[in-house]
Design a protein around this ligand. Structure first.
Ligand code: G3I
Length: 460
């Protein structure tokens, strides 16, 4: 059951152009993701892009649910300096204005990247590229001075094995281009926190080790770096187990950490089992950020499957975001909400039947494996307590609070009102003496989810 929220009072920096005015945020059970994050001293934001801003229902949620915005494209070099020395800020200004009107902070993304830059950059003579890069950073960071809380100064500069990516900047300027970009950004906007941003650095590994070493070196050399952005374009069921430890080790270097582009993709089509796994995965990421003081916030890479970049780049995959393509909340939304709200998962005490008597008897042990608001996953273990093998089994119970089974595996379910019967599947009816088999299911609940009553197991 969702516990009643205490009136959690947090303090966040005012979003008014970086002014350090502290305002209290009070979150209630029905608060938005942004409000819950603010109550924990963090932000929860979304990327967006200009074409989507004509979609009024989309904008309504974007404007109300999140307290931070990242322009997904229109601050990139391709858009801001399409011809050399000709700067163009109209589209990015539109996103920033919208965010400001909604009291949302803005992450600037991104100043120097090997992708989405205009073709003329490739033609700049090698010995002029440092000046050209500095000029770009100076102009763009200068234009948005005071309007962005963070800049992703350099994006994706490392390969998976931890070596430098051979971008045009790396090839023509050399290793120093990253530090030079940070120095130019600091000079142009001294108040913005300056981030290095990359993907596949959420867990421990060669690539995050390389970024770690660079941050350590920058700190030692006085290069102005304030944060590391972990993009977190993740795969269902594959949240790195070291994510919290990895966030903490960067924080321990004296930089902030932000989860900057979170999405968790799956093989399509969606189903209830995948949605449940995705909800758990989102919760893992949010909990990892909440556990580290210097993890300052989380941004999803747009909030709805309607506008996700995933299907066009990973054919057959998608459904990566907390809202579906019809702007309905998915289980992932609830998981994020409850993690930010600090809602505790109810105890999952196993419920065990008493053995039925006589040969061929069996017991059933019912256990809730995980639970989130509105849903849960349970596992039932069937044990043959008789002295000979049984060839069929049936487990029965009654739900006492309106719960329902929504999706069951390794068994065949039939329900009648509150009464549920699960019989063996064709392949797991035979259980040797003292052997076990099990089935699992996803269920739904509202209000409370007490253990079922009348749990029995029999051979028919
Ligand atoms: O603007 C043109 C439009 O005129 C044209 O009609 C249309 C046809 O395809 O393409 C439009 O450009 C697209 C652009 O997004 C704007 O929608 C590009 O084709 C498309 O490749 C581009 O994709 C962006 C991608 O970066 C490029 O690598 C995604 O929207 C954007 O979400 C994505 O974001 C990156 C982060 O910046 C860095 N981390 C990875 C992340 C995902 O790739």
């Amino acid at each position: 059951m969702r516990r009643r929220l205490p009136l959690t009072i947090g303090v966040v920096a005012s979003l008014a152009l970086g002014a350090a005015i502290a305002v209290p945020q009070i979150a209630s059970a029905s608060s938005t993701l942004g409000q819950h994050a603010a109550a924990r001293g963090k932000y929860f934001g979304s990327a967006t892009d200009n074409p989507e801003l004509t979609d009024a229902p989309y904008v309504s949620i974007l404007s109300s649910e999140f307290n931070q915005i990242t322009p997904g494209n229109t601050m990139k070099w391709q858009y801001t300096e399409p011809q050399q020395g000709q700067f163009s800020y109209g589209q990015a200004d539109t996103v920033v204005s919208l965010a400001r009107s909604n009291n949302q902070s803005v992450r600037g993304h991104t100043l120097v990247w090997h992708s989405q830059y205009p073709g003329w950059v490739d033609s700049v003579p090698a010995n002029q590229l440092l000046g050209v890069m500095r000029n770009h950073v100076t102009n763009v960071a200068g234009h948005f001075q005071g309007q962005v809380i963070h800049w992703d100064v350099v994006n994706e500069a490392f390969e998976e094995n931890g070596t430098r990516r051979q971008s045009v900047f790396q090839r023509n300027i050399g290793d120093s281009y990253i530090a030079e970009a940070f120095r130019a950004a600091r000079a142009a906007d001294p108040a913005a926190k300056l981030y290095y941003n990359d993907y596949n650095i959420e867990g421990l590994g060669a690539k995050s080790d390389a970024v770690y070493a660079m941050v350590q070196q920058f700190k030692a050399q006085g290069v102005p770096i304030d944060g590391v952005g972990m993009q977190a374009h993740l795969i269902l069921g594959q949240v790195p187990s070291s994510i919290r430890q990895n966030i903490q080790r960067f924080a321990d270097l004296g930089v902030d950490v932000a989860i900057t582009e979170l999405d968790i993709r799956m093989n399509l089509p969606r189903d209830a089992t995948k949605d449940a796994q995705q909800a758990n995965d989102y919760r893992t990421v949010v909990d990892a950020c909440l556990a580290v003081t210097r993890c300052v916030g989380i941004t999803v890479w747009d909030y709805t499957d309607k506008y996700s970049w995933i299907p066009s780049v990973f054919p057959g995959q998608g459904a990566a975001l907390p809202y579906d393509e019809n702007l309905n909340k998915k289980p992932a939304y609830t998981a994020i909400h409850d993690a930010l709200a600090g809602t505790t998962t109810p105890p999952t005490t196993p419920t065990t039947t008493t053995p039925t008597s006589g040969p061929g008897g069996c017991t059933a042990t019912y256990q809730i494996v995980s639970q989130w608001t509105g849903g849960f996953q349970a596992n039932v273990t069937v044990r043959n307590t008789g002295t000979s093998a049984m060839n069929a089994w049936a487990v029965r119970w009654s739900f006492g609070a309106g719960q329902t089974v929504t999706n069951l595996w390794n068994g065949v379910v039939s329900s009648s009102g509150a009464n549920v019967t699960v019989r063996n599947a064709t392949y797991n009816g035979t259980i040797p003496a003292n052997g076990t088999t099990s089935f699992g299911f996803l269920g739904s609940w509202t209000g409370s989810n007490p253990a079922p009553t009348g749990l029995t197991c029999g051979s028919t």
